[in-house]
Design a protein around this ligand. Structure first.
Ligand SMILES: *[C@@H]1O[C@H](CO)[C@@H](O)[C@H](O)[C@H]1NC(C)=O
Ligand SMILES: *[C@@H]1O[C@H](CO)[C@@H](O)[C@H](O)[C@H]1NC(C)=O
Ligand SMILES: *[C@@H]1O[C@H](CO)[C@@H](O)[C@H](O)[C@H]1NC(C)=O
Ligand SMILES: *[C@@H]1O[C@H](CO)[C@@H](O)[C@H](O)[C@H]1NC(C)=O
Ligand SMILES: *[C@@H]1O[C@H](CO)[C@@H](O)[C@H](O)[C@H]1NC(C)=O
Ligand SMILES: *[C@@H]1O[C@H](CO)[C@@H](O)[C@H](O)[C@H]1NC(C)=O
Ligand SMILES: *[C@@H]1O[C@H](CO)[C@@H](O)[C@H](O)[C@H]1NC(C)=O
Ligand SMILES: CC(=O)N[C@H]1CO[C@H](CO)[C@@H](O)[C@@H]1O
Length: 871
């Protein structure tokens, strides 16, 4: 959440020690001539093996020092890591330049490739390289487009691209899913981003793009670099089409992922940044939050009102309202007294519901406030140059921020979480939400008088043993301009220190916020995940974070931040979901349903209730000054939500199965249309429709006062999900009218089998007691396939799981595979019936429906061993 305290970003005062003065900063795009006059590098001492290549790169002439000092000696390392992955790294020979911490992003294990799909070629002078797809000679990357520049505070690399490329990724942003390719800039610098328009840096950094070339293949390019980066994608008369990195630090550490299908690239990216986490089954339930629930009674009232309205509520949340003076790990004694909070959570748990609370990274420096005092004693906070705690301003007032690199921080954080959320004496919560962790600092610049005043009065105990390693391999060059590097990053919060931790702050290990800023939030989130795991060992933790970095999906979930209750942001949620799930490998994502800022309307909220039901993370959340927008607030929204949740819950095992396969193979649980139709050019820029799993095409109405939606149906067999009628896709747009406010068009892709629960329920616990039914949607050849994964829904280790393959081949249905899962008491693993769509007449053992053109075969069958039938 966010409160505007300091006016607009544009009005931010300049930092106190600007060197050089902002007016001396060269204009961003005025430098291209100068860059092409730079000498570049020359390769020598080339050593090749059958799976690697190394070389020295020496500056090939007089330094041009365009934005800082040229580094004269570089090294090149090329590794064919797997058949589909090529690693190309260019770094300083001294290895002093900052490199992303292994603890933050462990480098992928690899063996030597036997027969690589990619080919690396290079030119010695001036040094440039290219990457080709062997099979068809397609040039995927070619850096001869411009000189390589490698300076202490500026690194520049440009690749040529074919005209009108289809590029995706480079999040977090709210721009088109298929990126704009002319005069387009993506800024990678995590920042609090309330009400921001498109074309700005947002909360997360994911320097990976997928380049889709239709039947010539799809590949991915990941730049493992955490520094602030302006990535320009442009097409000019003189330079043609290109993409260029302009980063103010770090090394060039590229992973090329060969694909060749889009889904293959997703899987290969997961091998680099880590497979996404598996979450508890209940997390797919519907969730409610609002900033501004005044007291614990109001929270309880919302829970009660959901029950009364017959809208299933699985998870209740509370925003910072619960805290005493907005301090982490406290409760407001008057409005959220501990005894009442314990009663609330106890009641929720008895009803099989869950509870999640928010935490912020800024720790109030108030005297006598335990979490601060204990943290200070243990030396967990970031330090100012005099070794006192570095201070800023956040919700609670003057705060210090944890240094996630300090060796004591994780234990302190776990201890605070364990104390406050102790099941016996505290709030027995089920998940944590970490916010403001870019990190957001309400103190706009390094000169704030309020901070100075507090700093002067602070009773700072000296940290026992500071021992900050001042330099070392890969920890970053000393003596850089920490605030205003000459190459200007277009951060919408102003300078790189604008409203965040100052970039000159040193972490415990000697690295600087200048280099590590983009993973501050990631580190907070993963530390919280570790703590939650300690608190409930053996159970899958749930932590949701606002700020993310490449690889965050390996442990934590994300919501898209502080959006608005507008149709524009209703649509934004779709393209952000596509990028996060299918490109960035963070599957458990969603936006604030019905919108965070501004008043939602009944119509918008009804449509959004249905839209959100087909996105992974499903939570209604609003800002405190907005009108209440719980689904029960309006009759139409109530009806829409009941219907949406009914279907979402019946499909829960289907989507849980899809998450399981994403968490074990990287195969995305949400598919952009082109992932399933990679050769159909009409699908490449679709961003208002998507596949939930790989079988259900969702096409919501996209504007107010409309009951019509036009969407694209690829050449394939589909079925209307609601009526069962066959719809032949012709590779054309289709318009559906008369879509009421409680409808959302859904089509089943032919060739799929979808496991369902026969009936929905008001909690996921009761849902698991319902029998199954399977829906078969044959393709044009009369075949279909599906999967079902079953486990206990929350344990990390699942010795007894089921992985069932469902196959339909012209009248013959089989369920085969592993059937280890043994249902807990009350749970059902019975399939009561199987429905086959697209049947023009009655045949065999089933009951034919002339209306739906389907045959229903009655069971029951137990999911405890292979079974099947012939029609
Ligand atoms: C794209 O190129 C044009 C023409 O050179 C230039 O004016 C513009 O600033 C460039 N945009 C980006 C994002 O690089
Ligand atoms: C709960 O429902 C009652 C009755 O409709 C209503 O008066 C009250 O405002 C609702 N409370 C909340 C917190 O939504
Ligand atoms: C769900 O419905 C059951 C009855 O089927 C009821 O006992 C239970 O209290 C309901 N739970 C919630 C959370 O509304
Ligand atoms: C960071 O810069 C500020 C402003 O110039 C200065 O007061 C402070 O001492 C510096 N901190 C560190 C850790 O270098
Ligand atoms: C479908 O409609 C959209 C929006 O009206 C249009 O941009 C697109 O070209 C159409 N696609 C086809 C295949 O006709
Ligand atoms: C619109 O839908 C309603 C309710 O499903 C139905 O009664 C009506 O005939 C439909 N109108 C049109 C024009 O299809
Ligand atoms: C797994 O199944 C075996 C028997 O097949 C049983 O002995 C064991 O207790 C089960 N483990 C769990 C965790 O349910
Ligand atoms: C205006 C605004 O707050 N935008 C946010 C809301 O919409 C998207 C997606 O939900 C967010 O990423 C934006 O930052």
């Amino acid at each position: 959440m966010f409160l505007v305290l300091w006016g607009t970003a544009a009005a931010a005062p300049a930092p106190v020690d600007p060197s050089p003065a902002p007016s001396d900063i060269p204009a961003v795009f005025s430098s291209s001539n100068a860059i092409s006059n730079c000498p570049g590098y020359e390769a020598s001492n080339i050593v090749e093996t059958d799976s690697s290549l190394t070389a020295d790169l020496k500056l090939a002439g007089a330094s041009c020092n365009i934005y800082s000092e040229d580094i004269k000696d570089l090294k090149l390392l090329v590794e064919y890591q797997t058949n589909e992955r090529l690693h190309v790294k260019i770094f300083d020979a001294g290895e002093n330049v900052f490199q992303v911490h292994e603890q933050v992003l462990p480098r992928p294990k690899h063996e030597r490739a036997q027969s690589s799909a990619l080919d690396f070629n290079f030119v010695e002078k001036p040094f440039s390289f290219s990457v080709k797809r062997k099979e068809n000679g397609e040039v995927l990357f070619d850096t001869s487009a411009d000189q390589l520049i490698f300076e202490t505070q500026y690194v520049h690399l440009r690749t040529r691209l074919p005209d009108h490329p289809n590029l995706y990724g480079l999040g977090e942003h709210s721009d088109p899913f298929r990126l704009v390719t002319q005069n387009y800039q993506r800024v990678l610098w995590n920042a609090e981003s309330p009400n921001i328009p498109t074309n700005n840096n947002l909360y997360g950094t994911h320097p990976v793009y997928f380049d889709h070339r239709g039947d010539k293949g799809t590949h991915g390019v990941f730049l493992l670099n955490a520094n602030a980066n302006n990535i320009n994608i442009n097409r000019t008369d003189s330079a043609g089409q290109y993409l260029e990195y302009n980063t103010i630090g770090g090394v060039i550490d590229l992973y090329f992922l060969a694909g060749k299908q889009p889904i293959d690239v997703s899987k290969q990216y997961a091998e680099v940044v880590g497979l996404p986490a598996m979450y508890p089954y209940w997390l797919f339930g519907f969730q409610q939050c609002k900033y501004g629930y005044w007291d614990v009674n109001m929270v309880a009232e919302v829970v009660g009102n959901y029950s009364t309205a017959n809208i299933p509520l699985e998870v209740m949340w509370t925003d910072i309202d619960y805290m005493d003076l907005r301090q982490d790990f406290t409760v407001d004694p008057a409005r959220f007294p501990m005894s009442k909070m314990r009663e609330l959570v106890d009641t929720l748990h008895k009803r099989d519901q869950r509870y999640v609370l928010i935490l912020d990274p800024g720790i109030h420096t108030a005297p006598g406030y335990g979490p601060y005092d204990r943290g200070h004693q243990k030396g967990v906070f970031l330090k100012a140059s005099d070794d006192s705690d570095y201070l800023g301003v956040q919700w609670a007032g003057v705060v210090a921020w944890p240094d996630w690199f300090a060796p004591t921080t994780q234990d302190w954080w776990t201890d605070e979480i364990t104390r406050a959320f102790n099941p016996e004496t505290g709030i027995d919560l089920d998940g944590l939400w970490v916010d403001m962790n870019e990190a957001s600092n309400f103190c706009p610049n390094p000169g704030s008088s309020r901070v100075k005043a507090r700093a002067a009065g602070a009773q700072d105990v000296q940290r026992g043993d500071p021992v900050q390693a001042k330099d070392g391999p890969r920890t970053g060059l000393p003596n850089r301009d920490w605030f205003n590097p000459k190459y200007h990053i277009n951060n919408h919060q102003g300078d790189i220190s604008g409203r965040t931790l100052w970039t000159n702050i040193t972490n415990y290990d000697g690295t600087r916020q200048y280099d590590t800023h983009n993973y501050y939030g990631h580190m907070m989130a993963t530390a919280t995940q570790n703590s939650m795991l300690m608190r409930r060992p053996g159970k899958r933790p749930f932590v949701m974070t606002r700020s993310t970095f490449a690889g965050s999906g390996h442990k934590v979930a994300h919501w898209f931040g502080d959006n608005q209750s507008t149709w524009e942001h209703y649509l934004t949620s779709i393209r952000q979901m596509l990028a996060f799930v299918a490109v960035h490998q963070m599957p458990m994502v969603g936006s604030d349903v019905c919108g965070f800022n501004m008043d939602a309307s009944e119509n918008l909220c009804a449509r959004w209730a249905m839209l959100g039901a087909f996105q992974p993370f499903y939570r209604n959340h609003a800002e405190y000054s907005t009108r209440p927008q719980e689904f029960y607030q309006w009759p139409t929204t109530t009806k829409a939500a009941q219907k949406a949740i009914d279907i979402r819950y019946k499909l829960m095992d289907y989507i849980y199965t899809a998450l399981y396969y994403q968490s074990t193979t990287g195969q995305p649980m949400i598919n952009p249309t082109f992932y399933l139709y990679p050769n159909d050019a009409n699908t490449f820029d679709l961003q208002d429709q998507w596949f939930y799993g790989d079988a259900l095409l969702i096409t919501p109405v996209v504007s107010d006062f409309s009951d019509t939606v036009t969407f694209y149906l690829p050449e394939d067999t589909f079925y209307d999900y609601w009526t069962g009628q066959k719809v032949i896709g012709k590779g054309e747009n289709v318009t559906i009218s008369n879509v009421t406010l409680t409808d959302i068009p859904v089509h089943v892709r032919g060739g799929t089998i979808i496991p369902h629960r026969k009936h929905s329920a008001n909690t996921t616990t009761l849902l698991r007691q319902q029998d199954f039914y399977f829906l078969i949607a044959p393709d044009a050849d009369g075949n279909a396939k599906g999967r079902l994964y079953l486990d206990d829904g929350e344990s990390i280790e699942q010795p007894n799981k089921s992985e069932i393959e469902l196959t339909y081949d012209n009248g013959k249905f089989t369920a085969t595979g592993q059937f280890g899962y043994m249902p807990a008491s009350g749970e059902s693993v019975t399939v009561s019936s199987v429905v086959i769509l697209g049947q023009d007449k009655a045949v065999g053992v089933g009951r034919w429906s002339s209306e739906a053109k389907s045959i229903e075969v009655e069971g029951p069958w137990k999911l405890s061993g292979n079974w099947g039938f012939n029609l």
